[in-house]
Design a protein around this ligand. Sequence first.
Ligand code: ARG
Length: 271
Amino acid sequence: MKIVKKVLVGALTALSLISLAACSSSSKDDSVKKIEDKGKLVVAMNPEFAPFEFKTLVNGKDTIVGADVEIAKAIAKELGVKVEFSAMSFNNVLSSVQSGKADIAISGISATKERQKVYDFSETYYESVNVVIVKKSELAKYKKTDSLKGLSVATQKGSIQEDVAKKQLTGAKIISLVQNGEMINELKSGQVNGVVLEKPIAEGYVAKNSDLAIAQIKLKSGASDSYAVAMPKGSTSLKKRVDKVIKKLKKSNKIDAFVKEAYNLSVSSKE
Ligand code: ARG
């Protein structure tokens, strides 16, 4: 009994120390200062998500481009620092912000309620609409949310599309893959019958693959599925600066222009 008590008291003391530490770190918000001191903004993203972030040759050099890249550059400019892109698979993008490997994440990230518990998000900058890509030759077969019953549908690992497909495509078998390109290949080779992606990304793949098409199936999106910039929890001062940039870009219709320009570049390039 005594030992149990001792352990308990020890645990409680440790807990209160931890919460004290948590309090003091959140009251002193150095989110902007940290980036200014380093002189660079490290941005986590999964660059196989055209038109938001993808790799292409620029003057013969493999370069990450896209609408999110332009947003990141504008934020770095606002902070007066250089920008550095850190490429990784999508299921690591958010955790790299939590661990401090990246300062922020811009990767077509939906600011869902779940994620809002763990991260701070900027104002949203793009609305998320989900669609299902299928083989053009099978377009007539898949018209309703239960048309894929018993069949396989691919979604990107760690994305909200995993949930969208699970909840809305009745009876479909959901397969999570790390890379979007892999999902498209599996669809083309017939290993899966559908792929769930957001509209501009799906349109890009369909424009480059004449054997694919967007199905009539209607999927619903949540109010909090729109894209936003993710930051560590407690980034009050950073969020203010990021929001200022997003507001300005939205007001001048720059985001739509970035998306359009990047889309045209992505469908014209050979990958
Ligand atoms: N909007 C979706 C989400 O937040 C998908 C984002 C995927 N982004 C990417 N760069 N692959 O879950």
